[in-house]
Design a protein around this ligand. Structure first.
Ligand code: HPA
Length: 275
């Protein structure tokens, strides 16, 4: 879409189009699917509508292999879930506003719970490839923020958002009911583009990171700004650079995610059933 109105107004506009195109006035929870997670959504529930994401105002088509250009409205029991098959990243050249537009749209559409999934490199040597990890906290190392720029409009909260409990303890507890073996960790979100160097991974370990990736952190900030609860789940698709035997490769990331698909589906379904 060519015009660029103020980002919160654009989210309201996208939510109106979403309601119109799906025939669903409000959604309860949004799931954002990271690289390779798309298959985890198949079988989540009854698909009520499937709208190409790039037909919603302000949504770019996903360019990253392993993402789908699809916004699904899915019924899971009593829950009306919005499932976004991909996301925009800073490394694609998108602004922070565009990266969080899906979240702001979902919240404008009624969502009070946000489930962010991603593929991540693991810094904890105990975590095998295919290990899902609950995000307990984050390091936003992108240098960007969705709350930088013009002040939010008067009908939204001011920008100085409390991130003390960015990732909901309540939703993490629900995920642990589904799978009590899930570990927790700190996710470091970087600009990305390239994977990290081993020196950067040693630095991140020193900073307290357990997981490293190129998404999620801006979306979490945008969601907390608007008061939504966030559940973050990383799928460890590789040992972080220099920690494993293999070179890093996006295809391997996707293969690892595809293999974990059934486990991820069960986890997402279980959370949605308990919320
Ligand atoms: N680094 C950054 N992003 C990633 C990685 C990684 O090792 N694996 C999957 N996404």
């Amino acid at each position: 879409m060519s015009h660029d109105p103020e980002p919160f107004a654009l989210a309201d506009e996208a939510a109106a189009v979403l309601a119109d195109r799906t025939g669903v006035d409000t959604h309860d929870v949004v799931l954002v699917l990271g690289s390779g997670w798309a298959a985890a959504a198949d079988g989540l529930g009854d698909i009520v509508a499937d709208v190409p994401m790039d037909e919603l105002p302000g949504f770019p088509a996903p360019t990253v292999l392993g993402h789908r250009n699809s916004a699904l409205s899915v019924r899971v029991g009593d829950t009306r879930a919005l499932v976004l098959g991909g996301r925009a990243h800073l490394y694609e050249g998108h602004t922070a506003s565009t990266c969080v537009h899906g979240i702001r749209t979902a919240i404008a559409a009624g969502c009070t719970e946000i489930v962010l999934t991603n593929a991540a490199g693991g810094l904890n040597p105990d975590w095998p490839v295919g290990q899902p990890v609950l995000i307990a906290d984050q390091l936003n190392l992108t240098g960007a923020s969705p709350l930088a720029g013009p002040a939010p409009p008067p009908d939204r909260p001011i920008r100085f958002t409390d991130l003390t409990t960015a990732y909901s303890t309540r939703l993490r507890a629900l995920a642990l009911e589904v799978d009590p073996t899930l570990p927790e960790g700190v996710y470091a979100g970087l600009l990305g583009g390239a994977f990290e160097t081993p020196a950067e991974i040693r630095m991140l370990a020193g900073l307290g990171a357990d997981l490293v990736g190129m998404s999620t952190v801006l979306e979490t900030i945008a969601a907390r700004h608007l008061g939504a609860e966030v559940l973050g789940i990383s799928l460890v698709t590789n040992a972080a650079a220099g920690l494993g035997d293999e070179d890093l490769d996006h295809e391997d990331v996707l293969d690892a995610a595809a293999e974990a698909g059934p486990r991820m589906l069960a986890l997402l379904r279980g959370v949605l059933e308990r919320r």
